[in-house]
Design a protein around this ligand. Structure first.
Ligand SMILES: *Cc1c(COP(=O)(O)O)cnc(C)c1O
Ligand SMILES: [Zn+2]
Length: 431
């Protein structure tokens, strides 16, 4: 089948199967709606509007939801299941139960940067050590609901880890595609869970194109970030819900979020807006900031040039988890950051390394290059006066430093190598 048919979606009520996947029930979700023209299609394996090719997004008819109901739920993302496109009995479904990660007060880093109040939302403690476990849990639910036989993704690394683990636990055939030059730890962190790790000679954008082609040719595949992307993307909303709940049901003033495809940033914003609509938090202004590495900063470049269009780039950065040169949600990130009074900023690879060390040495959190990017962008936003230091700020640490050891392994190490004697230690100059 051609790529053109592949992006088509039927109108509501048309139950024709698409590539062997069936439509299903998704809790309080009512339809997929085009973000550009509003055209609605049924909940199914569709991701592009049949009218204008705009991206499709899940719409809901939310019931009344109380803080108490949420607080009585499990200590994972399913406490928010009423706000997600998942069946009512989702807790019974096999999954890695991600989420409800810690929100840490970061007083040391705040003091160092001159901020009044700072928090780190630490998603490195998810089951496969990145925020991707959240989105994958929602995509897996959709894959099961749509009766997919194969669970798959193109990935910059962390997504492959999360898909491989979730697929193993669910007992579904799992195939993950990565750029061949990916960090070794991220390759191993997928290969332990699946025999079907495929390394592709090319960058992420090449891998993504290949995935779209396979999704069009094969039957019964659920590509988490391609044909079930609308369901997958909703998982990132739980980051926003958790930040608000963990702050005592209120919104922060400023949030700094790393941007690869840009999906996460747009969904944190969507989550905040939904919480206001549902009366779960008080309405108040908040600013959203996007963080990119200069070596792959198409959204930051567009922001700085005042453009609405994001021009694709060829990535060249150590922040491989953010190395998407043609970000699907780039224009929406621009809209959200501009409209909220935030910004999009980028930092060099050296600043990314400094960011990793800064977070580690002030807060005891070992982040990967994406978190180094976010921390370094926070610092730059303060230094350039783009961020208001008197306001309460949250940064999101999306991944774990053990997966990107190479980024800093020649920057840190033993202060001395000594013989096992007291004299050798006192003479070492370590103290
Ligand atoms: C995928 C990823 C991101 C960015 O996610 P998008 O939703 O594509 O912008 C950020 N940090 C880490 C560690 C990731 O793996
Ligand atoms: Zn449309």
């Amino acid at each position: 089948m051609s790529t053109a048919t592949d992006t088509s979606a039927p109108t509501p009520g048309d139950t024709a199967p698409d590539h062997g996947l069936r439509e299903g029930a998704f809790g309080n979700a009512t339809a997929l709606a085009c973000r550009e023209c509003g055209h609605q299609v049924a909940l199914g394996p569709y991701y592009a509007c049949p009218e204008c090719f705009g991206p499709l997004e899940v719409h809901y008819a939310f019931p009344a939801v109380t803080r108490e109901e949420i607080a009585a739920g499990p200590r994972n993302i399913w406490r928010y299941k009423a706000l997600l496109p998942v069946p009512d009995d989702i807790e019974q479904s096999p999954n890695t139960e991600p989420g409800f990660t810690r929100l840490l007060r970061a007083d040391n880093l705040a003091a160092q940067l001159g901020l009044t109040r700072l928090w780190v939302k630490d998603d490195s403690t998810n089951p496969t050590n990145s925020f991707k476990d959240r989105v994958v849990a929602c995509a897996l639910s959709a894959a099961i609901e749509l009766k997919a036989q194969v669970f798959a993704c193109p990935s910059t690394g962390n997504l492959a880890n999360a898909v491989a683990a979730a697929g193993a636990r669910a007992g579904i055939k799992t195939v993950v595609f990565i750029p061949a030059d990916l960090e070794k730890p991220k390759q191993v962190n997928s290969a332990v869970y699946t025999d079907r790790l495929v390394a592709v000679n090319g960058n992420y954008d090449d891998v993504n194109r290949l995935a779209s082609e396979i999704a069009g040719e094969e039957e019964g595949w659920a590509f988490v970030n391609v044909n079930v992307r609308p369901f997958y993307a909703e998982g990132s909303k739980t980051l926003g819900y958790e930040i608000a709940e963990q702050l005592g049901w209120r919104l922060p003033d400023q949030v700094v979020i790393p941007v690869a495809s840009g999906s996460q940033l747009t969904k944190v914003d969507k989550a905040f807006k939904e919480l206001v609509q549902l009366g779960l938090v008080e309405d108040k202004p908040y600013k959203i900031f996007g963080a990119q590495a200069t070596g792959c900063s198409p959204v930051s470049a567009a922001y700085k040039q005042g453009h609405d269009v994001v021009r694709p780039v060829k990535p060249d950065t150590i922040a491989k988890s953010l190395a998407i040169g043609n970000p699907a949600d780039g224009p929406y990130v621009l809209d959200i950051c501009r409209a909220s009074g935030g910004a999009v900023e980028d930092v060099s690879d050296d600043e990314v390394r400094e960011g990793i060390l800064l977070l580690a040495r002030t807060e005891g959190i070992f982040t990967e290059t994406a978190g180094g990017t976010t921390t370094a962008v926070l610092k730059k936003l303060v230094e350039t006066g783009q961020l208001d230091t008197s306001l309460e700020t949250v940064i999101i640490n999306t991944g774990m430093g053990l997966k990107t050891l190479d980024a800093i392994s020649d920057r840190v190490g033993p202060a001395a190598t000594i013989d096992p004697s007291y004299a050798a230690f006192t003479g070492s100059g370590v103290l």
